[in-house]
Design a protein around this ligand. Structure first.
Ligand code: GLV
Length: 412
């Protein structure tokens, strides 16, 4: 650890990086689900379940992944390409791959390097990173870690004063876009978090924490890193004017204070003045409203199945939104991406790129930056292989002709 501008910054020693990279190398890790299994062993159940779980019966969480099976490929065979470019453009930025790293709350609990590691890995891979409001590292440090574009995901925690302050900081630090999440009038009930005592562990008294400590003590490797990192820091990017950084709160309290309305979008846009991505669109109506409100991009999203359960899977909602928008704004999607072939299907259905959240966060929890690098490498090699197998010369030439889509998907 070194001290930089008064902040603790995690720097893994070179030999530890090598060890971490080896721990997630092939054949131990050949898919994202292998990273998930390692993450599950390495971090306490409460941290793993926060990352892995969804709302209520987790119907949408499961459906987000399963629905990719409903779309099958129509490959063109007997074609061969020397190169299959994976490049795309999002908000005017050239990205080396058609996926961005999505905002993931509490990343610093998954690994002390948290958001700094994820941003660095994204930048090294030539793609963008989206920093969550519920982050443990200062946004300036996160931006400085990445060679690529970094976007800031805004929750209105701490009120308008805190939001305006963070928007100003993000502009000065060089953030390229604001991502406004619109599906959090309250938090969905993530039952695993309640059972695991996430609230007590994150913001309770020492006495409140006692019943939940055995799962933490059972993960001494994670605990050592957490203690060395100084325990649970306040939220360095939610600075309430006159009060300082907001203490860490559990997700239910955080999202209850994060309601965004269309009228908020107006002052947010005036204050920010840069591109805005509206995240959490599932219907044609909200897509059109986002366009009217000046969104530069929208993300078709159900918050990874973590908010309202039993809404449609993101991929299933994509055609309706694509049809409604008529190319008037860029369309991204997130939810359920675990393989490069999932990304290809989303692109065939009209997304320009996707956001991956759990896919890289499993890597972060499993092995820090090396784990994020490995997740990105898996998705990139998957993409290249699948594109060649599908017989398409580049991701920007993917379209509906490469997939079979169930007939009722277009009836909307
Ligand atoms: C944060 O946005 C979460 O869904 O946990």
């Amino acid at each position: 650890m070194v001290v930089f501008r008064g902040e603790r910054i995690f720097r893994a020693p070179a030999h530890a990086m090598t060890h971490s990279a080896r721990s997630v190398a092939s054949p131990r890790v050949v898919s994202i689900s292998d990273l998930r299994a390692i993450a599950k062993r390495r971090v306490p159940g409460s941290v793993f379940d926060y990352l892995d779980g969804g709302a209520e019966g987790e119907v949408t969480l499961r459906e987000n992944c399963r629905v990719f099976e409903d779309v099958t490929f129509r490959p063109r065979h007997a074609v061969g390409f020397v190169e299959c470019p994976l490049r795309t453009r999002v908000l005017g930025f050239d990205l080396a791959v058609p996926f961005l790293l999505a905002p993931v709350g509490y990343s610093r609990l998954m690994h002390p390097a948290g958001e700094v590691a994820a941003a660095r890995a994204a930048g090294n891979a030539g793609t963008a990173y989206i920093l969550s409001t519920i982050s443990g590292h200062r946004l300036e440090d996160v931006k400085a870690a990445s060679k690529g574009p970094v976007f800031y995901q805004l929750y209105l925690m701490g009120g308008r004063g805190a939001a305006e302050a963070v928007i100003d900081r993000a502009r000065i630090a060089g953030f390229s876009a604001l991502v406004v999440t619109i599906d959090t009038p309250v938090s969905g009930i993530r039952e695993r978090d309640f059972r695991n005592g996430m609230k007590e562990l994150v913001s309770g008294s020492a006495l409140d924490k006692i019943p939940y400590l055995p799962q933490i003590l059972a993960h001494p490797g994670w605990l050592m890193g957490y203690l060395r990192d100084g325990g649970t820091p306040p939220l360095p990017n939610v600075v309430v004017p006159g009060k300082g950084p907001m203490p860490l709160v559990d997700i239910t309290a955080a999202l209850a204070a994060s309601t965004v309305t269309w009228s908020d979008l107006k002052w947010i846009r005036e204050h920010w003045r840069g591109p805005i991505v509206v995240k959490g669109v599932l219907t044609a109506d909200d897509a059109r409203r986002s366009v009217d409100e000046g969104a530069a991009a929208i993300s078709v999203s159900n918050h990874g199945g973590r908010q309202l359960d039993c809404v449609e899977a993101s991929l299933r909602a994509l055609p309706e939104v694509v049809k409604a928008v008529h190319g008037q704004t860029e369309i991204l999607m997130d939810g359920g991406i675990r393989r490069g072939s999932d990304i290809i299907k989303a692109l065939c259905l009209g997304a320009r790129a996707v956001l991956c959240g759990r896919a890289y966060a499993y890597g972060l929890a499993a092995a820090g930056e090396a784990g994020v690098n490995r997740a990105i490498e898996i998705l990139r090699t998957d993409l290249d292989r699948s594109l060649r197998l599908v017989g398409c010369p580049s991701v920007d030439q993917l379209d509906r002709s490469y997939v079979n889509v169930p007939a009722n998907w277009d009836a909307d």
